[in-house]
Each structure stands twice: as C-alpha cells, then as structure tokens.
Design a protein around this ligand. Structure first.
Ligand code: IPM
Ligand code: MG
Length: 356
C-alpha cells in the first residue's frame, strides 16, 4: 500500500505531520512518500502541481493532502496559483465523489455557533460532486461584451454544466451511502432558475427508481443554506453539485464546532482517494503551532477505511480522537472555559497516546 503525502502550504505541513505521527503509530505496512504541492511546489519548481507530484499521486493507492494557498500568490496567473494543484489532482485522478461528514462530537456541542439542542447528535454526510459544474466548465474567461446590458465593455464568464453520466454516478454514490445510514437523500439544486440544475433534479429522480428503499427529497440551495442552521438534524445525506457543495460544506462545518474538525475523502471509481481536511491553509496562523490537526487525523482514518481497507485501524483513530476530546484537550479553535488549551503537536501526541 502506497500513500502519497502532499502537505502543501500554510498550516498544511503542521497538520499533516501530526496525521503521519498517528499513521506511524499504527505500524501498518504502508509506504509513504512526500512531495511538494501548491505554493511550496511553485516556489521550488515553478508550478503548483509539478509532473513528479502528479505522477506520485497517480501511482499511490491514496493521497494524504494538507492544504494549499496563500494570499501572496493571488496576483499570479490563474494556472500558477496554488489552488490549481488541488483542482488538477481532482481532475487528473477523476476524484468525482467528495465525502464531507459533519459530525458534532458530544464534547464539542458547546463549541458550535448554534444552540446545543440543535446540534447534539448531529451526523450529516455531504456528498459533493467534485469534477464538474462551473468549476471546470468551458468556455470561461474575459472578453469584450458583444451584447448584454453594456455591449462593448469588458466582461467575465464561466460555464455551468453537467452531463447525464456525471449526475448519475454521483447520485448512485449518494443513494448507496444513504442505504448504510439514515436512508434519506436531500438533493440540493437551483432548478427554479438554472437549466443545469433542473437537469440535475430530473436525473437524480430517475436514478432514485433503483433505490426505492431510500427517501429522496429535493431542496433549493438557498433553502438548504437556511435549513442547515434551522434544523440541521433533519438532514441525513446531502448530494449536490461542485459549487453548492463547496459553500454548504463550509456552512455545515460550523455546526460541528470548528472547520478544524471536518475531514474529507475524494474518491474515483477505483476507490483511489485523496484525503484532506475540509479547511484551507490558514496562512494567518501558519507556523504558530496552534492549528487543529484533528480534521487531518480524521481524514487519515477515512483513508484507511475507503482506500486501504483497514476498517479496524480507522476506528482506532476515530475512538482515539473521541478520547482526547473527552479528556478536555482543545486547540484554540474549539477551546472553551473549563477545557485545556493545547497546540498542534500536543494534540497529535495525545491522539497517538490514546491509540493505546
Ligand atoms: C475546498 C476548497 C477548494 C474548492 C479551493 C481551495 C479550490 O475551498 O476544497 O472546499 O473550492 O473546492
Ligand atoms: Mg471550500
């Protein structure tokens, strides 16, 4: 089993180091190889996703990814910006199914921005389509407007699009995931306005014919954004497109106390996967040793489960995380009165210790 380790930028290197500590402690027979990605790769090789990094990722069974990005790269041409590395990996490896579970761990109920009764016991799975939609649709760019409100002026445009097979396969992933849990799928769209998402809704409804044991509801994205803070526990599995999923998963993360708690898995049809925290590179706190490594450690657990077929090891990590939370250890993002504030490395060490 081979794991490509791509720490990236900002807090990426710090949090991935903690996840590696935890993986090493499991003493399983995998081989790990690291490479530069994002801004770090741009500095060293002039490209955020160098050929050598892409090759390593393609040949691995799984990729453990930190985060990419820094404001200092905002002025670079888009193809050279750090974010292109993660978008490129998703596209090149066909990682179309992104799992973002939002689970409110009992000891963190008080860290959520919502009232405890709204989030206690929360367990939502957001399944975000990851290789299509307006993120990748062509054409896109800038030009002089030929028509519209202000012909002859500069304009910019992107293309939102989904093909039938892209919707079918992500819908199947969602129905199958729902079968193993609450048996309910909420498909989030904007069918009242967008052609792309009327089509999305129609195709999801068709695929549902094969999954009659799972309940399907449709919800407009604006309403879904509201329901997530009104009665989040009414959701089980949410399936949606790339852009809506990007937005709703950040929103859902706050229900759990901190985006520093949210792991993610991005899978292709061969179960090869990229595992990363749902948060970004947080350049403002990079190098300070205060970032929460738990989202990355929990992503490593997802990696063991989905790509490396090590369910037991995955559960060991997850219960170790539960234990350190129960012990009252908190990085600053989840700290509250009466708990113990710890740094990134201390948190990682505590998880290792709790593995037993
Ligand atoms: C995410 C991030 C990425 C996205 C960025 C870094 C390109 O926000 O994984 O949610 O928009 O998909
Ligand atoms: Mg995002």
């Amino acid at each position: 089993m081979k794991i490509a380790v791509l720490p990236g930028d900002g807090i990426g290197t710090e949090i991935v180091a903690e996840a590696i500590k935890v993986l090493d402690a499991l003493a399983l027979p995998f081989e790990m190889e690291s490479a530069l990605v994002g801004g770090a790769a741009y500095e060293a090789h002039g490209h955020p996703l160098p050929e050598s990094t892409l090759k390593l990722a393609k040949e691995a069974d799984a990729i453990l990814f930190g985060a990419v990005g820094d404001w200092k790269y905002d002025k670079l041409d888009r193809p050279l910006r750090p974010e292109q590395a993660i978008l490129g990996l998703r596209k090149h490896l066909g990682l179309f199914a992104n799992f973002r579970p939002a689970i409110c761990h009992a000891p963190l109920v008080g860290a959520s921005s919502l009232k405890p009764e709204l989030v206690a016991g929360l367990d939502i799975l957001i399944i975000r389509e990851l290789t299509g939609d307006i993120y990748f649709g062509q054409p896109r760019g800038r030009r002089t407007a030929a028509d519209g409100l202000f012909p002859g002026t500069e304009e910019a445009f992107d293309t939102m699009r989904y093909s039938r097979p892209e919707i079918e396969r992500i819908a199947r992933v969602a129905f199958e995931a729902a079968r193993k849990r609450g048996k309910k799928v909420t498909s989030v769209d904007k069918a009242n306005v967008l052609e792309t998402f009327q089509f999305w809704k129609d195709v999801v409804t068709e695929v549902h014919q094969d999954y009659q044991d799972v309940a399907l509801e449709h919800m407009y994205v604006d309403n879904a954004a509201m329901q997530l803070v009104k009665q989040p526990k009414a959701f089980d599995v949410i399936v949606t497109g790339n852009m809506f999923g990007d937005i709703l998963s950040d929103e859902a993360s706050m229900l759990t106390g901190s985006i520093g708690m949210l792991p993610s898995a991005s899978l292709n049809d061969r179960k090869q996967g990229l595992y990363e925290p749902s948060h970004g590179s947080a350049p403002d706190i990079a190098g300070k040793g205060v970032a929460n490594p738990l989202a990355t450690i929990l992503s490593a657990a997802m990696m063991l489960r989905y790509s490396l077929n090590q369910e037991q090891a995955a559960q060991r990590i997850e219960s170790a995380v539960q234990q350190v939370l129960a012990q009252g250890l908190r990085t600053p993002d989840i700290y509250s009165d009466g708990t113990t504030k710890v740094g990134t490395a201390q948190m990682g060490d505590a998880v290792v210790k709790a593995l037993g």
